[in-house]
Design a protein. Structure first.
Length: 164
């Protein structure tokens, strides 16, 4: 998904696994993910914030302990006002990416679900990213992949603590 002619960032030669090297590589990967997300948003007629909200809804569906995403949780998670969250959800619903469903036990509570049409659009768009991720994974042994997963889990935990 890298643009033609774009090379990987230059790493400090004195310590290829040092903090500075990690910072450069993580920034570069984050920038690439942001560009891909921005392109998806543009292709879907959405804002980047909308794509970030979709990711939050998708992640909430995988976290059974937290339960379904609600507008209030999404506002808190994304640090948005309730009005901005409503506008975001309206755009996502209009574009067919989410559906809002009232809770059966309390009709005042609204749950946000990733709509099947939205899932399919995202799956189709991000298929090349999945293929390149799989190609990169194939170049590592299972033990190395376990270490990488452990590092990414630790990084996500640290980033979550910094955000709080």
């Amino acid at each position: 998904m890298r643009s033609a002619g774009t090379s990987p960032p230059e790493l400090p030669s004195d310590d290829p696994i040092g903090l500075q090297s990690f910072a450069v590589l993580l920034r570069a990967m984050n920038a690439e993910f942001n560009r891909i997300a921005q392109e998806f948003a543009h292709a879907q007629g959405l804002h980047l914030t909308d794509v970030q909200a979709l990711i939050a809804v998708l992640d909430a569906e995988r976290d059974q302990a937290a339960g379904p995403m609600t507008p209030g949780r999404l506002s808190t998670h994304m640090n948005l006002t309730s009005g901005a969250t409503t506008a975001c959800l309206d755009r996502l619903e209009k574009a067919g990416h989410i559906r809002r469903v009232r809770a059966a036990d309390d009709r005042r509570v609204v749950h946000i679900h990733y709509a099947q049409a939205g899932r399919e659009a995202a799956r189709e768009y991000f298929r090349p990213l999945a293929r390149c991720t799989d190609a990169a994974r194939a170049r590592f042994s299972p033990d190395e992949l376990h270490t990488i997963v452990r590092f990414l889990n630790e990084m996500n935990g640290e980033l979550s603590r910094v955000r709080r």
